[in-house]
Design a protein around this ligand. Sequence first.
Ligand SMILES: [Zn+2]
Ligand SMILES: [Zn+2]
Length: 302
Amino acid sequence: MSDESETRTVEHRPPEETFSLLADETRLAILRELSDADEPLGFSDLRARVGVRDSGKFNYHLKKLLDSFVRRDEDGYELTLAGSQVVGALLAGTYTASVSLDPIEIDGDCRECGASLVAVYEDEHAKIRCIECDTVRMSFTFPPGTIEQYDREELPLAFERWVFSEFAQATRGFCPNCSGRLDASLELNEDGHDRNRSLRNEVAYLRYHCDRCGNEMLASVDTLATNHSTVVAFLADRDIDLDDVPSWELNQILDANETEVLSSDPSRVRSTVGVGGEYIALVVDDFGEVVDVERSDDREAV
Ligand SMILES: [Zn+2]
Ligand SMILES: [Zn+2]
């Protein structure tokens, strides 16, 4: 590598200054119009779309956004990454929407008591939980503005796809909240402690933590296993397409989906998925990495 490629500069603008630029209706309208446009827009076209007659006044607001939220090149004006993220957050309803949703019944049973499961939305969290006992199968933040894009009966599967897409980001080391670096660890559940009650019966779970924003995600080792490419392929070979089968239905199809502790220091577990008498097992290390894949049609040999 040359010396030049090893040099990098990251400058930070003061956030209070940058956010204060957005406290204006015309400027937010500019961001929305640029987001709706398929290509960069010229000055007059953009002004007409925003609907401001006074060219001087419009120019004043547009200039305020330049460099932080809007960039300009020879083709016209377009959003910067920050600009499209502001519009994204407005659409997701993170700052503005509030939602109430009656519980939606789903086709799955509580692992603890066998009663039915429901999907609910409470405190900006989508949850899959039991109607009888207090067992929560999954709980995760879900953008309120996205709820209205789905019919009621589509929502449970939408919730699950959302959490798996966040999980896919986490397992690749990116914080779904701030895009920072995420650290993973495998923790043995020695005292049965679990904050959100979804993992208390698991022998181990994965913790994804972002030092920068404090975001934390906890996931079962099963979740890691059933999202791992080798297991997805193993199931696909047996006509189980995970895009069509939500995790609460998958339990009813599998012969086995369980995790055992191999060692505690460093922590290491094996998660086994079985269907039709054939098994695949993943060995996961203390950093939450899959370090070995074992296959067998004989349970004992796995
Ligand atoms: Zn229950
Ligand atoms: Zn973060």
